[in-house]
Design a binder for this molecule. Structure first.
Ligand code: 5SP
Length: 219
């Protein structure tokens, strides 16, 4: 299974609704929304009102990646705005299990995002609380960075950890995903691929870019 989640961070913010529509019409599976607070990462982006606005133009699942400190303060607002899948950073949560349970209590899918340097062992005791793991393959904060190769063996290790646990937890990879990098990380066990610049920056358009990623993932 390969799912493509265009990151609207790379869309034209002056025409965000149109960017979301292009992704949906172009065959995207999810819409990936990068929320940055200027503290956890050195950039500022989207808040709940923007999620609510684009929710009106798209029925696809919204996957909201909270790159923020104190995510507990904002989870309800993003859930109410239309997020379906919500990931928080392990590095930002003091009581990670409680935060994940809160996301599920709101009827949403719960995910943990890990920075490139964060070891997988932080997941060992919360597998029951997870619907997905977001492995960052760049340091979060900006689109257009290069894929960090160490993410591929990390993905394979996570796949084994999940299989050994007997649970169904999706692996999402985010950062530097392109037709040139997606193949090995798909083979390693990831199934949800976030891509920003490779989709919104493709000269052939959004639909063609999504098709190229899907083909390269399964080649
Ligand atoms: O979370 C992030 C960046 O922090 C990503 O979702 C980027 O938006 C991915 O952009 P590309 O690396 O695909 O250009």
């Amino acid at each position: 299974m390969v799912m493509i989640a265009p990151s609207i961070l790379s869309a034209d913010f002056a025409a965000l609704g149109e960017g979301v529509r292009q992704a949906a019409d172009g065959g995207a599976d999810w819409i990936h929304v990068d929320v940055m607070d200027g503290h956890f990462v050195p950039n500022l982006t989207i808040g709940p009102p923007v999620v609510a606005a684009i929710r009106k133009v798209c029925a696809l699942p919204f996957d909201v990646h909270l790159m923020i400190e104190t995510p507990d303060k904002y989870i309800e607002a993003f859930a109410a705005a239309g997020a379906d899948w919500i990931s928080v950073h392990a590095e930002a949560c003091t009581h990670l299990q409680r935060t994940l349970a809160h996301i599920r209590d709101l009827g949403k899918k719960a995910g943990v995002a890990l920075n490139p340097h964060t070891p997988l062992c932080v997941l060992e005791n919360i597998l029951d609380d997870l619907d997905y793991v977001l492995l960052m393959s760049v340091n979060p904060g900006f689109g257009g960075q290069s894929y960090i190769p160490a993410n591929t063996p990390k993905t394979a290790r996570l796949r084994r950890m999940i299989e050994q646990s007997g649970r169904e937890i999706l692996i999402q990879v985010d950062g530097g995903v392109s037709p040139a990098t997606i193949g090995p990380v798909a083979a390693a066990g990831a199934s949800v691929f976030v891509a920003g610049s490779a989709i919104y920056g493709d000269k052939d358009g959004v639909a063609a870019a999504i098709a190229k990623l899907r083909a390269a993932a399964t080649a």
